[in-house]
Design a protein around this ligand. Structure first.
Ligand SMILES: [Zn+2]
Length: 213
C-alpha cells in the first residue's frame, strides 16, 4: 500500500528511528566485516514517518556509516526531501518496491553474500526442500518447498524499473528477493531481523545439495 507523500520539507528522524538507524549501521558493519559488502557495496534503509524512507548514501564504505548519513526520501515519488546535495544509493528502487508492496517491511538490508550470489548465477529462482533452515524464511516445516525469487540484474540506467519488478517478484511470506549474480535484498521489522533472514539464506546456499536422480 502506497503512503501519502511526505509533507515536512526538513524531516528529522524520530527518537525511535534514531535507535533503529543506529542498529542499521551496526548491521551494515557486520555485513562489511563478513566480506559481504566490500568496496562500497551494499545499501540499507529504514521506513520512517510521514511517507519517508531513510536511505543510505551512494558511494560510501558501508563499514563506516553513521546514522546522520541517511537521506530522507519520499516513498511515493522517490525524491530526496530537503535541501540536500547528496545522492541516495542507486539501487534504492528495489527498496522502494519492497516498502510499497510489503506494509510490514520497516527496513531493507542489501548485501552480497558469496554463496548466495554464486547460487543465483543461473537466474533461476532458488528452491529448497528438506532443510530445517527453511523455517527461518517462512516455510512451516522442512517438507515444504521454499522459493526465493531471483530477478535479472540490471544496469544503472535501467534501475528505475526495479521498483515495479521487485513488487511483481515478491513471494508472499518470503522476506527477500535476489538479483542474479549480484546480491540479496531482505526486509524485516528491524535491521537485525533482516540480517537473520540473510544469514539463513546464505547458510542454505552454502550447505544445500539438490537431490539428484
Ligand atoms: Zn548491490
Amino acid at each position: 500500500m502506497m503512503q501519502a507523500g511526505a509533507v515536512n520539507p526538513f524531516p528529522c528522524p524520530s527518537p525511535l528511528e534514531r535507535v533503529l538507524l543506529a542498529e542499521l549501521v551496526r548491521v551494515a558493519k557486520v555485513c562489511y566485516d563478513r566480506g559481504w559488502s566490500f568496496g562500497t557495496a551494499g545499501n540499507f534503509s529504514l521506513r520512517g514517518q510521514d511517507g519517508l524512507i531513510w536511505q543510505s548514501p551512494s558511494g560510501l564504505n558501508k563499514g563506516d556509516l553513521n546514522p546522520a548519513f541517511f537521506i530522507p526520501v519520499d516513498l511515493a515519488t522517490a525524491q530526496v526531501v530537503g535541501p540536500l546535495k547528496v545522492v541516495p544509493s542507486l539501487e534504492m528502487p528495489v527498496h522502494l518496491g519492497a516498502y510499497r508492496s510489503v506494509p510490514e517491511a520497516l527496513c531493507v538490508v542489501h548485501t552480497h553474500p558469496p554463496n548466495l550470489v554464486a547460487a543465483s548465477r543461473s537466474g533461476q529462482d532458488l528452491l529448497f526442500s528438506g532443510d530445517e533452515m527453511q523455517k527461518a524464511l517462512g516455510s512451516g516445516d522442512h517438507l515444504q518447498t521454499l522459493r526465493l525469487p531471483v530477478l535479472t540484474n540490471v544496469t544503472p540506467s535501467e534501475m528505475s524499473k526495479m521498483a515495479e519488478n521487485t513488487g511483481a517478484a515478491i513471494v508472499p511470506g518470503v522476506p527477500m528477493v535476489v538479483l542474479a549474480a549480484h546480491g540479496v535484498y531482505a526486509w524485516g521489522r528491524t535491521p537485525l531481523e533482516a540480517l537473520a533472514y540473510i544469514e539463513a539464506a546464505e547458510f542454505l546456499c552454502q550447505t544445500y545439495a539438490p537431490q539428484k536422480n
